[in-house]
Design a protein around this ligand. Structure first.
Ligand code: NAD
Length: 360
């Protein structure tokens, strides 16, 4: 029997990109695919963004692939109303997924798609390791009259385990961790910094430096190639990884893996449900395909198949296939470049182009 993968399409463009990923997984072959509701779609059907039954199905699966959740139809300021994001946070907490890995390596074919200058991006190959189940997204929050609060808390053990993930990853890469915090202002950041220092001392091999988050945000665009592994807490990682997506040309290019100590993990593109594109057939499916590659490698230990998916994505881009978010505006041939002419296509054609290159 094949490995069991739960597909959670979610909302907005989620169903379109997960349908494309289903075609990719069927082409790789050997999986049992089971589709379930999460986010707004689950609120509409069951009144909650994540049912116990779906959480259980995800626990029992070998890996989970998620599209995206959310949309204006579920936006409300009523604190008692269910919200699509609760589905995502519930999955992360319920599956113990404390480590979020976001590799950022611009495709050589897309150096002109980024708003940043080509020579700045060249050589960028970084990994954001974001803590995913602590910090301000999970602390006490509420309202008291005209006052609202969100609480940021971290415990030593939470920081230690995510730091170890970053140091392990760095050892297989270029051996450098940059820990990002706001230690000049926040007490949680001072605990973060001293704990990371201790883990580094125990490790003894990996080189560690620290950056304040505002400086890190600046350096990500001014000198992205200086980074190897960026280790950071939940909210800083959320923001910095969207910023680093633009090094790859589009939010539609960035994959992620969410891992815990048990189970295969949850894999999803970094972007949201893009309500502005939903139903138009133009969403970029490549971040989801690259998330499938991370799932094959980290969740299912299928390294060869993972590499084949990544190579197929690169080959399709090299041949010039572009969804609108990647296309060179108003130009068929990128200026001053030996890249091929670009062909602007929708989700289905981009999927066809990747499948045509897939060698498994
Ligand atoms: P978004 O990531 O959905 O979109 C930001 C911009 O990027 C939009 O212009 C969108 O068109 C574009 N974009 C995103 N994915 C794309 C793709 N695959 N191909 C081409 N273009 C793409 O962020 P947002 O607009 O701030 O949020 C929309 C909804 O998504 C909100 O409800 C938000 O809460 C939710 N959200 C969900 C997740 C998640 O499920 N992991 C993450 C972020 C935001």
């Amino acid at each position: 029997m094949g490995r069991r993968i739960v597909l959670l399409p979610g909302d907005g463009i989620g169903p379109e990109i997960v349908a494309a990923a289903r075609r990719l997984l069927e082409a790789v072959g050997g999986f049992e695919l089971e589709e379930r509701l999460v986010g707004g779609a689950s609120i509409d059907a069951h009144g909650t963004a994540l049912t116990d039954e779906v959480l259980e199905a995800c626990r029992a699966a070998d890996a989970v692939l998620l599209g995206a959740v959310g949309g204006p139809q579920w936006d409300t300021t009523d604190p008692t109303a269910p919200r699509p994001e609760q589905g995502l946070l519930g999955l992360r907490k319920g599956l113990g997924l404390y480590a979020n890995l976001r590799p950022v390596k611009p495709s050589p074919a897309l150096l002109l798609a980024s708003p940043l200058r080509e020579e700045r991006i060249r050589g960028t190959d970084l990994l954001v390791v974001r803590e995913l189940t602590g910090g301000i997204y999970f602390g006490a929050s509420g309202r008291e009259g005209g006052r609202a609060f969100d609480t940021c808390e971290y415990e030593v053990a939470e920081i230690e385990r995510i730091a170890r993930v970053a140091f392990d990853a760095a050892r297989d890469r270029r051996g450098r961790v940059t820990s990002v915090d706001k230690a000049n202002v926040l007490e949680t950041s001072r605990l973060w910094r001293e704990t990371v220092e201790r883990v580094a001392a125990d490790d003894g091999e990996v080189e560690l430096d620290h950056l304040l988050v505002d400086n890190a945000a600046m350096q990500l665009v001014s000198e992205p190639s200086r980074f190897d592994v960026i280790l950071t807490e939940n909210m800083f990682g959320d923001i910095l990884s969207d910023e680093s997506a633009m090094l790859t040309g589009s939010l539609g290019m960035l994959p992620s893996a969410s891992l815990g100590d048990d189970g295969g993990g949850l894999f999803e593109p970094v972007h949201g449900s893009a309500p502005d594109l939903a139903g138009k057939g133009v969403a970029n499916p490549l971040a989801t395909f690259l998330s499938v590659a991370l799932m094959l490698r980290h969740g299912l230990a299928l390294d060869e198949e993972a590499a084949a998916v990544e190579a197929a994505v690169e080959a399709a881009l090299t041949k010039g296939w572009r969804t609108p978010d990647l296309a060179w505006v108003g130009s068929e041939t990128p200026p001053m470049s030996d890249l091929p002419a670009e062909v602007e296509v929708g989700t289905r054609e981009m999927t066809d182009a990747v499948l045509a290159e897939l060698a498994v």
